[in-house]
Structure formats: C-alpha cells, structure tokens
Ligand binder design. Sequence first.
Ligand code: UDX
Length: 436
Amino acid sequence: MAEHIGIVGAGYVGLTSAACFARLGHRVTCVDADESKVDELGRGEVAIAEPGLAELVGQGLADRTLSFTTAQAELYGADLVFLCLPTPPAEDGRPDLGVLEQVVPQLGRLLRPGCVVVTKSTVPVGTAARLPHLLGRDDLPVVANPEFLREGHAVEDFLHPDRVVVGTDPADSPAARRVARLYEPTGAPVVATDSASAELAKYASNAFLAVKLSYVNVLAELCERFGADVREVSRTMGLDARIGPEFLAPGPGWGGSCLPKDTSALLHAAEAAGVDFAILRDAVRVNARQRARVVRAVRQAVTGSPAGSLAGARIGLLGLAFKAGTGDLRDSPALAVAAELARAGAELTAHDPAVGCVPGMSAVQVVDDPYLVAKDAAALVVLTEWPEFRDLDWARLAASADRAIVVDTRNLLDPDALADAGFAHVGVGTRSRRQP
Ligand code: UDX
C-alpha cells in the first residue's frame, strides 16, 4: 500500500531513493537544506548524472508523487522518514556524523508518533541504537536499511538490488517488515536482522570489495614477474562460483566516495574495538602503492628505466574520474597518479568525457578534445576505463605524439589493434609490451 515517505538529504543516495520510492507508488517528500538545490529539483533539473534518475524525478513531479522542500515541517505526517545525510570521513578518517547529529534532534521535535525513522546512509555500527537518544524520543521505531548503490548504476541498483537489509532490535520487528514491504516490487531477498549486523554488513561488503581489488592488483604485479596474464588468471578465478567474475580487473587502485571512506571507517572501528584487521589495513596499503606502480611504468615507457626522469616530459592522460560512467573526482586514483606525475616534473594534458576541469590542480591542463592529449606526448596513460577511448583513431594519435606508447592501467585497449595503428601498448599484469 502507498506510504507517505520522507527523505532527508537530496544527494545521490537521497535523490535516488526519493525518485525510486515515487516510482514504486509512494508519495515522497524530499527535504534538503540547500534552497537552490531544492528549487532546481522542483523544476526537474537534476545535477546528478545517474542514468534514469532525471526521468524518474520528472515523472514523480508530473504525477505529483514527489516534491522537494527545505521545510522539515513537511515531514510531519510521513509514515517513514529515511536519513540520507552525508557521513563523510573526517580528517582522521573516522566518519563525521556532525550533520546527522544536528538534523536528527530537529526531526525528533516534529515527527508524528509512530513514524518509522530509517538510516539509509552508511553509518557507524551502533548508530541505529543511538537514534532514540538523538531523537529525544522512544516512540519512533528505528530501522537500519543501508544502501548498496554504485555510482553510475544507482537507479538500477535501487530498483534491482541483490538484497534488501533491514536491521531492528529486536530483528524482524513490525517496523522492519514495514520497510521491507516498500521493496517488495523489486522481488529482492530481504535480510531482516539486528541493527548492528545490518550496519556492519554494509561496511563489510565494501571492505571485502576493496580487499578483492587489492588482491587482484597484487596478482597483476605477480603476473608481470611471472610472464603470466592477469586477464586469464582473473577469468579462470571468476569461473569459480565462490569467487565470481566481478571486481577482478586490475587498475590504478580503487577510489571514489565510498570504498576509501568505508574501509577507513571500518579500520578505525576495528582499532577502537581492539581488533587487528590486518588484511584490510594491507588492502589499503596495497591500494596506495598502485599510484607509484603506474608512475614507474610511465617512467619505463618514456625513458626505458623505471627510475628514469620525467622532468619536462609531455604526458597525455586519458581519464580523470575514479571510474567510467561518472565525472566524480572524489578520491580518484587517476588524480593521485596525475599529482605524482606532476611532482616528477611531467607536463600533463588530460581528457575525460565527464570532466571539464580539475579544481585546485593547475598542473593538469584539461582539454575537451581527446586528440589534444597526444600532441608531442612522450607517452599516453589510460587511467579511467571509458569505452570511448577504444574507439579513438589511434593512428591519428600516433601521428601527433612524439612517442607512440600508451600505459593502459585498465587493460582497456586491444594491443593488436594499437600495434596496427603504430602504437606500443603497455598493459597491467599482462605480457603486453607490444611494440608497433
Ligand atoms: C561502491 C560499492 O560498489 C557500492 O555497493 C557502495 O554502495 C558504494 O561504493 P562505487 O563507489 O560507486 O560503489 O564504485 P565501484 O563501482 O564499487 O568501484 C569502486 C572502485 O573500484 C573504482 O575506483 C573502480 O574503478 C574500481 N574497480 C572496480 C576496479 O579497479 N576493478 C574492478 O574490477 C572494479
């Protein structure tokens, strides 16, 4: 049955949740403190480039099942209120709950008795248990319902989740079942558990993905030493149902606004609990090491030595975002590599289909024409796996470059096709050192 759902916070989790709950037949009131953002959204202007999101927002506005406001008071009367507030890492890497601790007491003063309060954003284990205290009331049932949305796939992941997790104390309470019912149309399996398990499962999932990625990045290093091919090793591993094929592609390291934040938060939580989470600490250490590995490969490509100087070398970068399908630069490994190349004295030109500029990084000249990054370049570096880069005219790039060699940190390109175009290809974890 249709519920009146409040969403607090219109960021990529909140806006996706609001639009998708409206799509699932509910009436949604989305509250955000940013007046200009609320005005834009009310006009159907969606700044977040998530496939399908703008259409769902437009449909909700047209059907009058979705509205945006800055007035928290409009949440009175809501049957459920979802907290989609930012919980960014503080300086020391611990989650900063400042916004949540400021807003929740305000909600406690205005929500109708019996309204279910749901934590959707990733929050430290124990937050749901603290919420009645923060709300200043104990007549508002609390449910932990963590999101598992990937950037670039948020709508798809919301409407077709692998699982729905609802955490309450005790587990499987009427409030848990009420939240689970919202997702019934998705057909996804529901895990009704206690709130601490629900909250920890979110961190545990993301941290495991990070460990899996660091594992394959070390495998890539090993493949280079053994003359093996990490793509073949990954393919073989992925056919084991217990391992699965996803998240087995090496890269310049993992980044984005979630994995680094959640691994850091979990490490701090483990340390505070006196648990030595060495495997996760090492995955983070390995991840940080990937940037230096890429720089060494660029030195090798340009000078013939992994320790050669890049001073004054013109390097063209293809990709700046932390992954393809988004313009998000938060904790982007591509930016970390660019910063190290700049520190090594290279002159950098970069192109990314979704990035027009890099605030605060004057060392990188961002161009909107991908062919400009090859002009007089001593080497090109693929850092983000945009499919468009495969379709570039690599013969034209070769004609414009000073040296036609590309360090492909994503194994995105076909070495044979590049050799035909006169371009040498250096892959990651492969034997591909193809010369034209
Ligand atoms: C992640 C989780 O996937 C999602 O469930 C959670 O809710 C939010 O955090 P996201 O941050 O959007 O989603 O990025 P994701 O698609 O998971 O990629 C994370 C990083 O891993 C990216 O830097 C990506 O390039 C890298 N990656 C991914 C690889 O290097 N190799 C792979 O095979 C897959």
